[in-house]
Design a protein around this ligand. Structure first.
Ligand code: BGC
Length: 348
């Protein structure tokens, strides 16, 4: 079968390979790949700065944003041929740590987790893949190819789940205003989930592709350009989706008292001056929280699937800005200015 493979750590070693069918050790559910989403992590892996091959292998099968159709599934798995499924990315560490032991592999404490298509396990960028029942999430067939957004939506669902848990530290928490910084797929899904909660949603983004203003408008979100310092309101919650150091630094002191800022984005390393004293004063005197969130567990995938099922399908479809056939997979990894989510179509 065809698969996108690469040598981790070796820039531009990715190629469309011919590899054996997925081993039964990957799980009893056999799946035909329909679509694979591409994100910044995939581009980092292809450029050689991230990623790890499975033990004993040189090459890694790329891909962690999956959507496939079940070919065969064991009785009792809750799945049947024809069902659409999404594979969970992370597998708990083998020890397991206290978090992994209770299914919270997204909170792994010892770093010995593995991730399909990223860290020590082959990914979903092959014509067929296998899954264990506990790591297969049934997708609503009514979503069709849009269910490929389940994995990025799971990252956002976890971030929201964490924000709401933190918010409950105060009995009087009544948040209303959300600021999302960055408007890639993660930012747009974060804004969408804010709207689903009935919040006032603001999106701050400077470099916009041509389709973005209409997407914001149709979601009912307000758009801001410029810097955070110039915003004329204090958000209760910030979802920071750029990872840009200057945007992260700009969050200090910008939330309403008791504010919560969740860092979901990853940017490049880049040194800059930062006033730690002001950071300390601001967090202490305002009971502010700034925290990071990565990955997602089974519950978050379910929350993501529910959020996507409730979303306006036409709006969601506009998040997928390019569908690229597998034979032209390289094009999917090249960034274009008006890209939002790029998906590799395994059925074309
Ligand atoms: C994936 C996460 C993963 C993270 C770090 C992200 O792109 O969506 O599932 O945990 O990369 O490897």
């Amino acid at each position: 079968m065809r698969a996108i493979t690469l040598l981790p750590g070796v820039p531009n070693s990715a190629r469309l390979d011919e590899i054996p069918d997925p081993p039964i050790t990957d799980g009893p559910i056999l799946i035909r790949t329909l679509a694979l989403g591409v994100c910044g992590t995939d581009r980092e892996i292809v450029s050689g700065i991230y990623g790890e091959a499975p033990p004993g292998a040189d090459r890694l099968v790329l891909g962690h944003e999956s959507l496939g159709e079940v070919i065969e599934a064991p009785a009792g798995s809750g799945l049947a041929p024809g069902d659409h499924v999404v594979g969970i990315v992370r597998r708990p560490d083998p020890v397991p740590c206290p978090a992994c032991a209770v299914g919270e592999w997204d909170m792994c404490r010892n770093g010995r987790y593995t991730e399909r298509g990223i860290k020590g396990r082959n990914g979903y960028g092959a014509e067929r893949f296998r899954l264990e029942p506990d790591f297969a999430v049934k997708a609503d067939t009514a979503l069709g190819p849009l269910a490929v957004l389940t994995e990025p939506a799971s990252i956002v669902a976890k971030a929201w789940d964490q924000v709401e848990r933190i918010g409950k530290r105060s009995q009087s928490w009544q948040p209303r205003r959300l600021l999302v910084t960055g408007s890639g797929p993660i930012g747009l899904l974060a804004a969408m989930m804010g709207k689903q909660r009935g919040w006032e949603v603001h999106i701050l983004d400077r470099g916009l592709g041509s389709s973005k203003p209409a997407l914001f408008r149709d979601l009912g979100a307000r758009h801001h350009t410029g810097s955070i310092a110039n915003l004329k309101f204090d958000p209760d919650v910030v979802m920071e989706c750029t990872g840009a150091p200057e945007v992260v630094a700009g969050l200090v002191g910008r939330t309403a008292p008791g504010g919560i800022a969740c860092l979901v984005g990853l940017g490049g390393d880049h040194a800059m001056q930062f006033d730690i004293g002001r950071f300390n004063r601001s967090l202490v005197l305002d009971n502010d929280v700034i925290f990071g969130s990565v990955n997602a567990n089974h519950a978050h995938y379910r929350m993501a699937a529910d959020a996507l099922a409730r979303a306006d399908k036409d709006w969601l479809a506009r998040l997928i800005s390019r569908h690229v056939p597998l034979s032209r997979w390289q094009e999917a990894l090249q960034r274009r200015s008006d890209d939002i989510k790029v998906v590799i179509d395994f059925t074309a």
